[in-house]
Design a protein around this ligand. Structure first.
Ligand code: MEV
Length: 326
């Protein structure tokens, strides 16, 4: 018997980094998904097989043994083990599990692949043991895995991967799902440079600790901008949204999370007619997003590619985590 769960990736429209401290993040789930198939084992191992992420290996009594792939993915593997064990402890069951992980979400570039995999793992293991887990429980248990990877995550990524759609998320306050009448045209530009969210969040903290009098007000401004951005999004005021995305990119640059490659893609998108463009996620590499009128999308994509980025058009999706018996 086995069970499959899938969960979507995401873009952060406003509020990355500031959401770690205060203020809301505005998140959009995208139609690239991760899938995890869970099945029972006769022993007590958690065996993780992921061709897409380039590794497989198992945990036995908390000890990890790599079967294929790079050891540096170890933290991600541990996150899946932790999520699995948390679900089993919650359900009061024992035993071992195979996890087969597949993902259409590019990894370590700010599109929420680790959260989607963690959420899908939690839901698949829950389904495997007839846990009937609520979305709230899936978000809560998968957050334990996310902490292993990211150290001090805000909880935004596992929330959007669980619920999908468009979301306002505020740490310690909660989440609100929102509806748009019509989809908005976004292009994602990927620098293809992988980075660690944990390191980027730590870097911002160190800068903030050294310069609280300057960095605190910047974080505060980003939090306010995020709320203003949400109002513009709900009014579908694309001109204002574009302005706010550009300003947000400037603020993120000021706290050290943009890079030459990201700036190149952001400026290329703006030059080709984007209403606004900014990095998305933790920065330090990874992805940027651009908002453009339908008729300019092609040129924006061309501009991103000419600046040596990989461009993707994505659709927003309302579908959060899904589970099924196989
Ligand atoms: C990660 O997608 C976004 C950050 O705000 C970190 C977090 O929210 O945990 C940089």
């Amino acid at each position: 018997m086995s069970a499959e769960a899938t969960a979507p990736g995401k873009m952060i429209l406003f509020g990355e980094h500031s959401v770690v401290y205060r203020g809301p993040a505005i998140l959009l789930a995208v139609d690239r998904r991760a899938s995890v198939v869970a099945s029972k084992r006769d022993d007590k191992r958690v065996y993780i097989d992921s061709e897409d992420l380039g590794f497989s290996g198992y945990f036995d009594n908390g000890e990890y043994t790599a079967v294929t792939g790079k050891v540096w993915r170890g933290r991600n593997m541990a996150a899946l083990e932790v999520a699995t064990r948390k679900v089993m402890a919650h359900l009061g069951v024992d035993g071992g599990v195979n996890l087969k992980v597949r993902s259409m979400i590019p990894i370590a570039v700010g599109l929420g692949s680790s959260a989607a995999v963690c959420v899908a793992t939690t839901a698949a293991v829950g389904e495997l043991f007839d846990g009937n887990l609520s979305k709230e429980k899936i978000a809560e248990l998968s957050f334990e895995g996310e902490k292993v990877i990211h150290g001090n995550p805000s909880g935004a990524d596992n929330s959007i991967a669980t619920y999908g759609g468009i979301m306002r998320y505020e740490r310690g306050v909660g989440l609100k799902r929102l509806k748009l009448d019509k989809p908005l045209p976004f292009v994602i530009g990927n620098t293809r440079k992988k980075r660690s969210t944990r390191n980027m969040v730590e870097g911002v903290k160190e800068l903030k600790d050294r310069n609280p009098e300057v960095v605190d007000p910047i974080i505060y401004t980003m939090a306010g901008l995020s709320q203003t951005g949400l109002d513009a999004l709900l009014r579908r005021d694309t001109g204002k949204l574009g302005d706010l995305m550009n300003i947000n990119h400037g603020l993120l640059t000021s706290i050290g999370v943009s890079t030459q490659e990201l700036d190149d893609l952001v400026y290329a998108a703006r030059r080709e007619g984007a209403l606004g463009a900014k990095l998305t996620g933790a920065g330090g590499g990874g992805c940027m997003i651009a908002l453009a009128e339908e008729e300019h999308l092609g040129m924006v994509e061309k501009g991103i590619r000419a600046a040596r980025g990989y461009s993707m058009r994505v659709n927003l999706t309302d579908e959060g985590v899904t589970t099924r018996r196989l």
